[in-house]
Design a protein around this ligand. Structure first.
Ligand code: ADP
Length: 434
């Protein structure tokens, strides 16, 4: 049980907080029409605020928004949102409005639970003996006579924090103001809860990236000695051993490719890939990719038709990385080809007007459904279906290709008329000027 939470839920605090949430009797009769209009205006503002709580919106900005709306509605320009983060037992200041630096520094040092105690003590039912004089002095120096707070509760009833509005003079809140405060507290609690979930997701994602990086690193280490051993086997005069060595080599090459992709994707995600860019011709890079994919083209008895301009296409790229991306696309074109399919077509052209070089790789393989054309570039996505099974891979190749191309200021898109109709991948790279 969080100590500060216990204190915030403690009768003294909640009486101060909750007494303000209880409508007072004996209010004078008011003009019904004016009341309805004010209610409507308030509901409209709260609804507009709720609409901004969309996933992905910045938590701090939303909390500031909620605080500012409350300050405006209650006529209390100073206030704050206090929250517990994760498993923390201490309240921390999430956002503040209008509070002076000395006041904030005082409660940063004392702990924000002390503010709750001081607020409770200065409530009509409170007793000043509850909290030290220094906290009351800090409140007085800030010109705060009363604090109205509402607890921020998660949907399953956990205390996540407090939404507090500070007043220069004690005054009871009207019924409408209490309703607004409750609604704002609900919105702030939802916002805190959602941000906690997003933080946890980001953390899990970071752990996953770290795990993959370690895995790739650990898998790479034994591959060197295994390749050396295969090299030795190749020297044997025995045909049987030679055959086994060739088989081993093909399998190891496959593992090397997967591990290299895994290794690179982690580095790209962490921004650790440094491009060795220089101005050079695109055509030799394409030739390098074809050579890299030679074994796979050969193994699948795949024909490749290459069309590229004779005039040099100048690009400012890391040749190795672009060749790696194109090799990946060529591997896929082979992997997802149907037996006896028409040749793969690789077309390179320059679009001077757009200032781009275009590389189009068209295969006549299993094709891609329209709703998967974007998804396949996401990490670990593999289009499922009877045709896909038994084709190896981790679903990271295209993610890596897209990231590498984007690092060069380029783009890639997939096109297909659907399953069974083949696919086309179009890579665009900026042409180098001069
Ligand atoms: P992997 O090939 O390892 O599964 P990729 O990231 O390279 O991973 O590709 C993701 C998915 O995109 C593949 O699983 C496959 O479903 C689809 N795909 C990629 N290239 C092609 C292609 N040329 N033809 C049909 N589907 C493809």
């Amino acid at each position: 049980m969080r100590a500060a939470a216990a204190r915030a839920e403690d009768a003294s605090v909640s009486s101060a907080l909750m007494s303000t949430l209880t409508p007072r009797r004996g209010a004078p009769a008011r003009d019904h029409r004016a009341e309805l209009e004010a209610d409507l205006l308030q509901a409209t503002r709260l609804q507009a605020l709720a609409m901004r709580l969309v996933p992905g919106a910045d938590c701090d900005i939303l909390l500031r928004d909620i605080l500012a709306t409350g300050a405006d509605m209650l006529g209390a320009p100073k206030g704050c949102v206090l929250s517990f983060e994760g498993d923390e037992t201490c309240l921390r200041l999430a956002v503040a409005q209008g509070l002076g630096g000395r006041f904030v520094a005082h409660f940063e040092q004392r702990g924000w639970a002390a503010l709750c105690d001081a607020a409770a003590a200065c409530s009509p039912a409170g007793s000043a003996t509850l909290s030290p004089a220094e906290d009351h002095a800090a409140l007085r120096a800030e010109g705060i006579a009363e604090i109205h707070s509402a607890p921020l509760l998660s949907r399953d009833g956990r205390l996540l924090g407090l939404l507090s509005h500070c007043f220069e003079a004690p005054r009871p809140l009207q019924e409408r103001e209490l309703r607004a405060l409750k609604t704002l507290a609900r919105l702030a609690a939802d916002c805190l809860e959602r941000c906690a979930v997003e933080r946890a997701l980001r953390e899990a994602d970071r752990h996953k990236d770290e795990f993959l990086a370690t895995l790739a690193h650990e898998l790479r280490n034994p591959l060197g000695p295994i390749r050396n051993a295969i090299e030795l086997l190749h020297r044997s005069r025995s045909a049987e051993v030679g055959g086994t060595a060739a088989l081993l080599e093909r399998q190891v090459q496959q593992i090397v490719r997967l591990v290299d992709d895994l290794y690179d994707i982690g580095r790209v995600a962490r921004g650790q890939v440094e491009l060795q860019r220089r101005r050079q011709m695109l055509q030799p890079i394409v030739a390098q990719a074809i050579e890299n994919a030679g074994a796979m083209l050969h193994a699948g008895a795949q024909q490749l038709l290459l069309r590229q301009p004779e005039a040099p296409l100048w690009v400012d790229v890391d040749a190795q990385r672009i060749a790696q991306a194109l090799t990946n696309l060529l591997h896929n074109a082979c992997k997802y080809a149907e037996p006896g399919a028409a040749p793969i077509e690789l077309r390179v052209e320059g679009d001077e007007d757009a200032g781009e070089a275009l590389i189009r790789l068209r295969d006549h393989g299993i094709g891609i459904a329209a709703d998967q054309l974007e998804r396949i570039f996401d990490m670990f996505v593999q289009v499922d279906g009877p045709q896909r099974r038994a084709r190896d891979g981790l679903g990271i190749g295209l993610t890596l290709v897209r990231r590498l191309v984007q690092l060069h200021g380029g783009s890639i898109e997939a096109r297909s008329d659907g399953p069974g109709c083949g696919s086309e991948f179009v890579v665009r790279l900026p042409l180098a000027g001069g």
